[in-house]
Structure formats: C-alpha cells, structure tokens
Design a protein around this ligand. Structure first.
Ligand SMILES: Nc1ncnc2c1ncn2[C@@H]1O[C@H](COP(=O)(O)OP(=O)(O)OP(=O)(O)O)[C@@H](O)[C@H]1O
Ligand SMILES: [Mg+2]
Length: 511
C-alpha cells in the first residue's frame, strides 16, 4: 500500500521456549490511529517492544516494514531516530531528576562551552507542559513530587518532544482523571491532524471507540483481525478479544449485609509538602459486615490518602480513630493493619504492591510468610499448594509460579497483587483501583471474586475512578471531594450525575 507507514507481518516472539507472539500482523497508515486490543497477556506490550527495538532485530521472527523499507533496528535510539516513539505501560521516569531533565534525558540542549543550557531546557519543558494544560507543573522540581496522573502526562510531554511519526501509547490513561484523559485524546487528535500516526492500547474501549480509525485485535499471542472502527462496536471488539459474548459486565449478586464491623472517625491527612493543606479533611464513615463500599470522587480528591491512612501507610502527618467491632484499634503501619485483619491492594502496584524480581508465588505469600514458618523453617509444600490455588482461582496467566512477577503482563500482575492480599484472610479488604489496566474478562473475574468474599462475611472498601464500576458493584457509595466527605449514598437507583454533582458540591461545614 502506498500510504502504508508501518507493516508488521507474522511477528513471532518467544520467551524461554514459550511463544508470546505467534504470527501477529499490524498495519498503520500515515496519520492513522490504530487501536490495539486484547486481553491481559495477549501480547500487546510485547508487540510494541518488538516494534520499538526494546527487543532488538534478531530476537524475534517476522518482518517489519517502515515507510516501505525493512526495519532491522537493534536499539531504541535507532527506532526513535526513525520516528517511532513509545510510551511504555510502566512509567520509566527517574523520580529524583527534575521534570525538565526527565523530558530531555540524553538530549539536553547545550549552550556555549558544551554546558547544559538549563534555561533553554526549562523553557522548552514548560512550553510542552503548557500544551498539555499542565502549566501548574514546576519543571525544575523532581518528578517524585508529582502524582501518577501527572507523571503520565510528563511522560507524554517527553514523547511529544521527540517529533514522532508514529506514537505508541500503551495504556496511557490508566492513572489519568477524566479531564486529563480528554486532554490526552484531544492531543492525539491534534497530532493526527498534523499527520502523526498512533498505536493506542487501552482496556477502556470507549477511548478506542472515540479515537481509533481502525482496530487490531490479538488473543493469546495470535492475530484475530483488523477492522475499520466504523464497522465495529465495543461489543464486537469484546467478542473478538475473548472469543465469546459477554452479556453482563457487572455480575452483581445478592448477599446479606450485617452489622457495622469497621468504623473510621475524624480521618485527617496533612499534605506533607504544605502543612496548611488537608488532603483528607475530617472524614468519618462506617462499614458493615459483607458490604461493598465504593469510594468515588475525582482523582486527586483524597481517596487514596484516606485509605492509606486506614492501612497505616499515609506518607505525612495524619490522625485516624479506627474501630473494629466497636473497639478502638491501633494501626500505624501496614504490618499492624494486616495483624488486625485489614488488608489493602494499593493503587500503585509498582511502588507498593510487588517486588518485581521475586517469583509470582513468592510475591503472593510475601505478606503471610510467618504463616508458613515453623521453627524457622518454611513449610514449602504448604506454601506451594496455596500459591497454586491462588494462581488457579485468580486465573493468573503465568508460565510458572517461579517466573519473576515483573515479567507478567500488567493485568496479571494486578491479579497477583490481589491474591497476595487475600492470603492473610482479611476481614476488611481495601482495594484501590482494583481493575486498573485489567481487561474486561479479568475485571469480571475480580468482581466475581469480590462477591464470593462478601458472601463469606468479608467487607470491602473499593476506591474506583470508573463510575460504571462503582455503580455496578457497590452496595453503598461514599463521595469524596477536595478531601471532604460529600455524600454517603445507598446504591439503589443511584446515578452517575448524582455522584458527580456531590463530588463537586461543597457542603456547608458543621461548626
Ligand atoms: N520478559 C518476559 N519473560 C517471559 N514472559 C514474558 C516476558 N514479557 C512478556 N511475557 C509474557 O508474554 C505474554 C504477553 O505479555 P504482554 O505484556 O505483551 O501482554 P499485554 O497484552 O500487554 O497484557 P496487559 O493488557 O496485561 O498489559 C504474557 O503471557 C507474558 O507473561
Ligand atoms: Mg501490556
């Protein structure tokens, strides 16, 4: 095809004898946005790592034609020079370096005498951030200062500064707010209008629908097909992804709800950077036995801070009076929390959830290692048996329990983190964005699992930015806005509008 920018044909990639990609095709025309869809572990990220030469030429099979010529790149530098720029699923920023240094890492502007021209670098970085409607970011500050969503946009600014002909976005919006997502989609559209093509990977099919010109679907390392978006619906994409129909996305099940088991009173979290600011401003609530309590609100509203305080891991000064069965409990560390029967699956699995170098199995039993230790010996047989059960129930896709968890696909890492937090058999389970980066099929399994848990009397607190999920799964919904509790609703006919209105409406403060 004359207007073809990229043709990947029959791509094969193996890891230690296991085929992750088995003959995948992908074609992108100049200025086209291609959605790449598939379940967790289907091979989307691997495909893009082949393209960008994270896996160099010679370590995979098949052919890549770039602007009509065969591409045999052996380094990322080479593919970037050719105009292929990738933003990886797991962010690659250096937290200690400034925003500007991260953006121009290895490409710093130099002034007279070969010194880095910081002034030029800062001003270019500031312009890029302004284009992303992120002018409030101080480009001289270390990246560590900024939240997950902000870091994602910094990563995007970095990619934009490279003048890509093809921009690859691998799950770019998983930590973005709705308005940040809209900004990003707008930017991709703008780039497209200027002729930049894009491969867009997302589990959020409404984004694919909004932005893709065509969609390529892969399943289990195999090529399923490519279709123009106008001939597709999200239902058809889901069927192509999982190979069957999926009637109900939220498998809500009846379950008894008992008395109050857990209560938090007067939770106050102080901003570690600014002691005059409260990230959580005097929030109190109760949780019943067998209840799923959804916590909704805009990203940045203080939801993660709130649940961190419950789990003893808020990084700043805070107070929280916690009660279990009506008795006060002391939780100042995650270890104390787990000992009291409170477990949490954190939002940022890379920072708090997993040890990437350790095996999948070890990660799962990490929180309960004491449990398998008798006379200082680890009862490996029992541990392996439990690991096997966890992998099977959660349907974690891994070649072996011994594989380092960092090698699993994003969604499968998330399932392993949940398995880890179930190992201590908690009474209260806190899930912060449990389905982030998780495909539709696996989401369904996670919801099913949540219902199984509440039926056994476990109580669940779920923070989620996905409104359909909050409304589809929760028994009750707390709404947080600017650190304050702005609503506590029974989820019976509750609407998205009601939740959003509560989130942005400042309540009169009690004296
Ligand atoms: N370095 C590696 N070593 C061994 N196996 C790997 C490695 N990288 C990926 N895999 C395996 O290849 C398969 C495809 O993984 P990949 O990360 O491409 O999936 P994905 O489609 O991006 O999934 P997700 O939606 O969860 O991000 C998975 O089974 C994964 O475990
Ligand atoms: Mg991936």
């Amino acid at each position: 095809m004359a207007d073809s920018l990229l043709e990947m044909r029959g791509i094969i990639k193996e890891f230690g004898g296991v085929r992750a990609l088995n003959g995948i095709n992908l074609s992108v025309k100049a200025g086209e946005v291609v959605g790449l869809c598939g379940e967790n572990g289907a091979g989307k990220s691997t495909m893009m790592k082949v393209l960008s030469a994270v896996y160099p030429y010679g370590t995979w099979g098949g052919t890549i034609l770039w602007e009509g010529r065969e591409l045999k790149a052996t380094s990322i530098r080479e593919t970037e020079d050719a105009g292929i720029v990738i933003i990886h699923q797991e962010l690659m920023l250096v937290p200690q370096l400034s925003v500007a240094e991260n953006i121009f890492l290895g490409r710093e502007p130099h002034g007279f005498g070969g010194m880095i021209d910081f002034e030029a670098m800062y001003s270019k970085a500031a312009t890029l951030m302004a284009d992303l409607k992120m002018s409030h970011i101080n480009v001289a500050q270390p990246v560590a200062h900024y939240s997950g969503g902000e870091r994602q946009l910094i990563e995007i600014a970095k990619a934009l500064s490279k003048n890509a002909k093809l921009l690859i976005l691998d799950e770019p919006t998983s930590s973005l707010t709705r308005s940040e997502t809209d900004t990003l989609l707008g930017i991709v559209k703008g780039l497209k209008a200027r002729g930049t093509a894009c491969v867009y990977i997302s589990h959020k099919l409404e984004e694919i629908e909004a932005i893709a010109d065509s969609v390529t679907v892969i399943r289990d390392g195999a090529y399923v097909g490519s279709e123009p978006m106008r001939q597709l619906t999200t239902g058809v994409i889901i069927r192509m992804m999982i190979g069957r129909e999926m009637a109900n996305l939220f498998p809500r099940e009846d379950h008894p709800i008992g008395d109050v088991v857990f209560e938090a009173r007067n939770v106050i979290c102080i901003d570690p950077q600014n002691i005059d600011r409260r990230r959580v401003d005097n929030v109190s609530f109760q949780l019943r036995k067998g209840e799923i309590l959804g916590i909704a609100g805009l990203v940045g509203a203080g939801r993660t801070e709130l649940v961190s305080a419950l789990f003893g891991c808020y990084r700043g000064p805070y107070t929280a009076d916690l009660y279990l069965d009506g008795k006060p409990i002391t939780v100042r560390t995650p270890k104390q929390a787990v000992a009291q029967g409170l477990c949490m699956v954190p939002e940022d699995r890379k920072a708090h959830g997993i040890v990437p170098e350790l095996a999948v199995g070890q990660n799962i039993t990490l929180s309960v290692l004491d449990h398998y230790t008798r006379h200082d010996l680890i009862d490996e047989e029992r541990e392996m048996k439990d690991i096997g059960t966890a992998i099977a129930t959660m349907r974690i896709k891994t070649a072996s329990p011994m594989l380092p968890i960092g090698r699993l696909s994003g969604g499968n890492q998330q399932k392993a983190v949940i398995a880890k937090m179930l190992a201590p058999h908690p009474r209260v389970l806190i899930l912060d964005e449990p389905t982030r980066g998780v495909d539709v099929g696996a989401k369904y399994e996670i919801y099913k699992l949540m219902f199984e848990l509440v039926k056994t009397g476990v109580s669940i607190i779920m923070v989620s930015s996905e409104m359909p999920e909050v409304l589809g799964i929760s028994d009750r919904v707390l709404v947080i806005g600017e650190g304050q509790l702005r609503g506590d609703f029974v989820n019976d006919g509750l609407t998205q509008e009601a939740v959003l209105t509560a989130a942005i409406t400042d309540l009169p403060r009690a004296a």
